[in-house]
Design a protein around this ligand. Structure first.
Ligand SMILES: [Zn+2]
Length: 341
């Protein structure tokens, strides 16, 4: 018989310490009615010994599904008897957004990945984020937050992180991020947004890894494979699971580290229009190369606006939906750089 996960009202009663695997539903009270957002959480405390803690999170954005599927599989598959250390798994962090299939929570309109470190007395998204900051982060060394492009953006399959002032932390993050076996690793600007889950984790000195494992509100099986197997590789690398790190997907695939540190390489859509993308995500572009066309149907006899690369580099992100409002990021061009030693 399958026992449903225990509902936890008092988070100090979550058992992070006893060897074994436990599934929970964390009850975050609603702001609008009597009731709860029941956020799923699984604790795997290895019985075999000590190792650094790892948290793997999916569903920070509700319309990005590869992380939700991969983390749910980890909840089922991990065997505490064979493991060391602590793994904390949250397949649907913004549980309300995941159930609605939306980027932000329909309960408070908040983007969970702009809400960290949260607020113990804020709306539901801020309280969930505050739980991560106060209950998860202190117990782990590594934080993985699995994203995909959602409705608008498409990236080549990549893990992602920021350039950090501490070169040792940056090098360790790059090493850990490579274990996901993705063809690209994307070093993006912290100035594009604030309040990210990984921002807060890296400020605490943790090994914080994000990534884009699909797009278009679908489940990309290759993305799920890399998110799932990459998480297992992390557990092997840090000694939570026995055995050697394994290659994922296409064996010996070259990995490229692409950085886009300057905001001028994140190009906003110049006017409302219908976007016809022409260059593939991950493509090498020459300066002036055609990336896509923006169509204005208020005058169907008008020529489209041709959108061309403002510089040479790699197309590391591109708008994917047809309708593109003025100001949204239409594309990002990065440059290839060396992996840190
Ligand atoms: Zn996301």
């Amino acid at each position: 018989m399958h026992n449903e996960p225990a509902v936890i009202y008092d988070f100090s009663t979550i058992d992070f310490e006893t060897p074994g695997k436990r599934h929970y539903r964390l009850a975050f009270h609603l702001d609008s009615a009597w009731g709860y957002s029941l956020a799923p959480l699984t604790v795997v405390r290895g019985a075999a010994g000590e190792a650094p803690g790892i948290a793997v999170i999916g569903g920070t954005h509700g319309n990005e599904y590869e992380g939700q599927v991969a983390v749910k599989r980890l909840c089922q598959d991990l065997d505490a008897e064979a493991m060391s250390g602590l793994v904390i798994l949250i397949p649907q962090l913004s549980e309300s957004a995941c159930r609605a299939g939306t980027r932000v929570s329909p309960l408070d309109g908040v983007n969970m990945n702009r809400a960290v470190p949260g607020n113990a007395h804020g709306t539901v998204s801020y309280r969930i984020s505050n739980f991560v900051k106060t209950q998860i982060f202190p117990r782990v060394r590594v934080v993985v937050d699995i994203h995909s492009g959602g409705r608008e953006a498409v990236f080549p399959l990549c893990t992602s992180f920021h350039r950090l002032p501490d070169p040792a932390q940056f090098a360790e993050i790059a090493r850990a991020a490579r274990l996901f076996g993705t063809p690209f690793l994307f070093v993006y600007s912290r100035q594009m947004a604030s309040g990210l889950l990984t921002d807060e984790a890296e400020d605490e000195g943790k090994i914080a890894i994000g990534g884009e494992f699909g797009s278009g509100e679908t489940v990309n099986p290759t993305g799920v494979l890399h998110a799932y197997e990459g998480s297992l590789n992390l557990m092997r690398h840090y000694g939570l699971l026995p055995g050697e790190v394994r290659s994922i997907g296409a064996a010996n695939q070259r990995q490229r580290l692409i950085q886009a540190p300057h905001l001028k390489d994140y190009r906003p859509c110049p006017r409302d229009g219908v976007w016809e993308p022409l260059a593939a995500p991950g493509a090498d572009l020459a300066e002036g190369e055609l990336i896509g066309r923006l169509h204005d149907f208020s005058d169907h006899s008008s020529a489209p606006l041709e959108i061309r690369a403002h510089r040479a580099g790699v197309l590391i992100a591109c708008y994917a939906a047809a309708v593109c409002p003025k100001g949204l990021t239409l594309f990002v061009i990065g440059e290839e750089t060396e992996f840190p030693a």
